[in-house]
Design a protein around this ligand. Structure first.
Ligand SMILES: Cc1cc2nc3c(=O)[nH]c(=O)nc-3n(C[C@H](O)[C@H](O)[C@H](O)COP(=O)(O)OP(=O)(O)OC[C@H]3O[C@@H](n4cnc5c(N)ncnc54)[C@H](O)[C@@H]3O)c2cc1C
Length: 477
C-alpha cells in the first residue's frame, strides 16, 4: 500500500510538499482551513506585490516629465480597481494550485485539521461536521498569523494588521506603521507611493534590523525613505493610542530596547493619524491543533522544533515553513524548499535542508536583497574577509531607467576570493540576487564572476563590477 501522507496547511510549504510526495508515489491528503496558497498567496507575497506594482507605476507617472512625457490632467489611484486586480491574480493562482492537486490525485479537505494521536487526525469542515482520517506520515505546515502588541487588539478599521492593510478600499490620508522590519518597510514605501503620509516607528536603532541585512542597506533605506517624506522614528515604540474626533492620537515612547534612555528619548511624541498598522511580527498557528496528542516539541513561544531533515521529535511527524519560527527563515521559498525536503524524507530519500544560500528579497523602493553572510556574520564565523561596494549610479542601465539610488556589496574570503555574501539595495535587486545565490551555492569566487560575460546594458553588470573591484581592477570606478 502507498504511504498515506497527511499535510496540515496548504501554504507554499504544504502544497509544494504535497505535490512532491505525490510525485514520489504517496497517497496525499491536504487539509486547509482557509484558501489554498496560505499567507503567501492570500495575505502576503502575492497580494502585497500586486499593490506594490501599482504603487511603483504611480511613482513612475509622477516622474513622467523626467522621462519626457507630458501628462495632462491628474493621475490618481483607484483602490477598488487595484483590489479587484489583486483578487483576480490571487484567484488565478489558487485555481492553479487546485488544478495541480487534481493532476497529482491529491485529496483536498477544506476544514480545520486536528491531530488526535499517532496516525489519526480529524477534519472539521466549515459547517462543523468532523471526518476522521488516518496517516502514516504527517507534515505540519500551519504557518502563522499577525502578532499584536500586548494590550492592543486589531479592529480592522483603526488598528490594522497586514491582512487588513491588503484590503484597503481607499488610501488613508495618514498612517502610523509600527515596525520597521521587512513587512513594515514594504507597506511604508507602498502606502507613501499611493499618497498616504506615512510615519514609521521602529524599536531598534535601524530599519530592517535583521542580522542577515547589511547595515549599509539599512542606512540607504532610511535616506531613501526620507527622500519620499516617510517620517522614520527609530529606537521608539507606540505606547498608547486613543480616538479623538474620528482621528487617532498615538503616543510614541522610548524603545524598551534602549538601555539608558536620555531625557530626550523619554520625551513622548504625539502622532495624529487616520490609521495605525501594526507590523511587529508573526505568531505561530500551533495551539489547538493537537500537537500535545503526539508530543510534538515546541519552544516557549510555540514554534515547532525540527531538525535539518524537517523531522520533529515525534515519529513520522515533520514540520516545515513559518511554523518553525524566526530561528529558521520565514520566507515562502524557504517553506517550499523545506516542503520538498520533508516529502523526500517521508518517501525514503535522505535529504537535509541547506540554509547557506537562501536569498532574501524585500520589495521596498528601492528594493533590498541579500544572500549569504553579512560582513559581521562572516567575521563571527571566523573568516578573514574582504568586501567591496559599487554604486548603482555607475551602471549604465541604472541611468537608462532613471533609478540610480543604491549600492551593492560583495563579501568574500580574503584567502581565496570565495563569495560569502552579497547585499544590495537598488533597482531590481530582488531579481539580481539570483546570480549571487547561484554563485554562493556553487562555491564560486570573485574571479569566476569577473570572468563571466554579462550582457550590456543590464543591471546584472553590477555583479561584474563588484567582482572586478574585488579583483583589484574596477573598470568603471
Ligand atoms: C504581508 C506579507 C508579505 C510577505 N511577502 C513575502 C515575500 O515577498 N516573499 C517571501 O518569500 N515571503 C513573504 N512573506 C512570508 C510568506 O508569506 C511566508 O513565509 C509563507 O507564507 C510561509 O508559508 P507556510 O506554508 O509555512 O505557511 P502559510 O503560508 O502561513 O500557510 C499555512 C496555512 O495553514 C493553514 N492552517 C493553519 N492551521 C490549520 C489547521 N489546523 N488545519 C488546516 N489548515 C491550517 C492556514 O490557514 C494557512 O493557509 C510575506 C508575509 C506577509 C505577511
Amino acid at each position: 500500500m502507498n504511504r498515506r501522507v497527511a499535510i496540515l496547511g496548504a501554504g507554499p510549504g504544504g502544497y509544494v510538499a504535497a505535490i512532491r510526495a505525490a510525485q514520489l508515489g504517496a497517497e496525499v491528503t491536504v487539509i486547509e482551513n482557509d484558501n489554498v496558497g496560505g499567507t503567501c498567496l492570500n495575505w502576503g507575497c502575492i497580494p502585497s506585490k500586486v499593490i506594490i506594482t501599482t504603487a511603483e507605476l504611480l511613482e513612475k507617472f509622477h516622474r513622467a516629465d523626467h522621462f519626457g512625457i507630458t501628462l495632462e490632467g491628474s493621475v490618481r489611484v483607484n483602490m477598488p480597481k487595484v483590489m479587484a486586480r489583486k483578487q483576480a491574480v490571487v484567484k488565478d493562482q489558487a485555481d492553479g494550485i487546485l488544478k495541480l492537486f487534481k493532476q497529482h490525485k491529491i485529496h483536498y479537505l477544506k476544514g480545520s485539521g486536528i491531530i488526535k494521536g499517532p496516525g489519526i487526525a480529524t477534519v472539521k469542515d466549515p459547517i462543523g461536521s468532523e471526518t476522521a482520517m488516518n496517516w502514516d506520515d504527517l507534515i505540519i505546515a500551519t504557518g502563522t498569523q499577525p502578532a499584536m502588541i500586548s494590550g492592543f487588539s486589531f479592529d480592522g478599521q483603526r488598528l490594522l494588521s497586514s491582512n487588513d492593510a491588503l484590503n484597503l478600499e481607499e488610501v488613508p490620508e495618514s498612517i502610523l506603521i509600527v515596525g520597521g522590519g521587512v513587512i513594515g518597510c514594504e507597506f511604508a514605501c507602498m502606502l507613501s507611493a499611493l499618497g498616504a503620509a506615512v510615519t514609521l516607528v521602529e524599536a531598534l536603532p535601524r530599519l530592517l534590523p535583521l542580522p542577515s541585512i547589511d547595515e549599509a542597506c539599512s542606512k540607504v533605506m532610511l535616506r531613501e525613505m526620507k527622500k519620499r517624506k516617510i517620517k522614520c522614528l527609530l529606537s521608539r515604540t507606540v505606547i498608547d493610542w486613543e480616538e479623538i474626533d474620528g482621528r487617532l492620537k498615538a503616543t510614541i515612547g522610548p524603545s524598551p530596547f534602549l538601555e539608558s534612555p536620555s531625557d530626550k528619548d523619554r520625551d513622548p511624541l504625539i502622532c495624529i493619524v487616520d490609521k495605525i498598522l501594526i507590523c511587529i511580527g508573526r505568531r505561530p498557528n500551533s495551539s489547538g491543533i493537537g500537537l500535545e496528542s503526539i508530543g510534538v516539541q515546541t519552544d516557549e513561544k510555540g514554534w515547532i522544533v525540527a531538525d535539518e531533515q524537517m523531522r520533529t521529535n515525534a515519529a513520522n511527524v515533520y514540520a516545515i515553513g513559518d511554523i518553525l519560527g524566526p530561528s529558521r527563515v520565514m520566507l515562502a521559498h524557504v517553506a517550499s524548499a523545506e516542503g520538498i525536503v520533508a516529502a523526500e524524507n517521508v518517501m525514503g530519500l535522505n535529504r537535509k535542508m541547506d540554509y547557506s544560500a537562501v536569498p532574501g528579497a524585500i520589495f521596498t523602493s528601492p528594493e533590498v536583497a541579500c544572500v549569504g553572510l553579512s560582513e559581521q556574520q562572516a567575521q563571527q564565523e571566523g573568516y578573514e574577509i574582504r568586501s567591496d561596494s559599487v554604486l548603482f549610479r555607475t551602471i549604465g542601465k541604472s541611468q537608462v531607467i532613471g533609478e540610480i539610488a543604491g549600492e551593492a556589496k560583495i563579501v568574500y574570503d580574503a584567502d581565496n576570493g570565495k563569495v560569502l555574501g552579497v547585499h544590495m539595495i537598488g533597482p531590481r535587486a530582488t531579481d539580481l540576487i539570483a546570480e549571487a545565490t547561484l554563485a554562493l551555492r556553487l562555491g564560486a569566487t570573485v574571479r569566476d564572476i569577473g570572468e563571466t560575460v554579462h550582457a550590456h546594458p543590464t543591471l546584472s553588470e553590477i555583479m561584474l563590477e563588484l567582482a572586478h573591484k574585488a579583483e583589484g581592477h574596477p573598470i568603471h570606478g
